[in-house]
Ligand binder design. Sequence first.
Ligand code: TYC
Length: 100
Amino acid sequence: MDEKIFSEEKEEVLFDSPELYRVYLLNDDYTTMDFVVYVLMTIFDKPKIEATSIMLHVHRNGRGLAGVYLKEIAETKAAQVESLARAHGFPLKCAIQEDD
Ligand code: TYC
């Protein structure tokens, strides 16, 4: 049986909650569906089935949530998406919004 030998002093430490940001993918008429699925799998670590479902949501509704991250990571992911898209000749864009 476990016995507590030392009693710890209870101390409450308050941290600011980290700033989380949502990264959305935006629809356009030129980026291929396969490329968007590839982006969701490689940059946002989504399994293929989920990536396909997010891509179709974006295609039908104009935008869709790719992920929620700390501010700096969200900005990096969005920059990676846009630079990969440009390198492949696609106009794919992201939008970042503070999570509430
Ligand atoms: N609308 C694009 C097409 O018909 C597909 C697409 C989906 C593009 C999602 C961008 O974020 C996007 N080829």
